[in-house]
Design a protein around this ligand. Sequence first.
Ligand SMILES: [Zn+2]
Length: 228
Amino acid sequence: MAINKEDQLRIDVVRGAKAVFTKGLVEAGEGNVSVRHGKKEELFITPSFNQYETLKKDEIVHLNFEGTSISAGKLPSTEAKMHIEIYKTRPKVQSIIHTHSPFATMLSIVRKSIPVIMEEMYIFLGGSVDVSEFGEAHTLEIGEAALKALDTKNAALLANHGVIVCGKSLDHAIKFAELVEKLAKMYWGSLQIGTPYVISEKQLEPFEKLYESMFANYPRHLRKRIEK
Ligand SMILES: [Zn+2]
């Protein structure tokens, strides 16, 4: 029997949630995963108090961009407002993941952005991973702060809170969430043993096209990549 579109999106959210849980980027009850509902102003998101190990598709919450639940079931994640704000502002974004992965969160607590320390960081994320202004969790404010820190990039650290990533697909978002934690760990480790060298903008030029064509999802009016 063919699976309908909405069921498929619920299954996708469960897959994303299990992926970030398995990779150790979230623990029970924290973080959230969502996907956009095609061209509709709607999304599917993990429920509040999400139990990743036992999560089933029928627990996934279907919301519109006003934050109203469309289907019966669990309460939406309290951080849904942040997801909605990003979907509204960045039409190309198809999936958003928020984690409290430990190394990235440590950097967010000391408000340290991750500079471009590896080329892959530029290719997948579009540059440094910057820390947002502090915003109270579960508010619209945190969404606005996240968007500002994201700028033209795909990942940001939320001050004293965690990580937000957005992608043109669920698989991109999973990859980015994993990459941010790996980079945070490497940057943290490098700071323990010396002074990390940052890759210069000139050295990143060859990778600009790759980022722009494969992974970038910011609105065109923000375009201000490396000057030639
Ligand atoms: Zn959170």
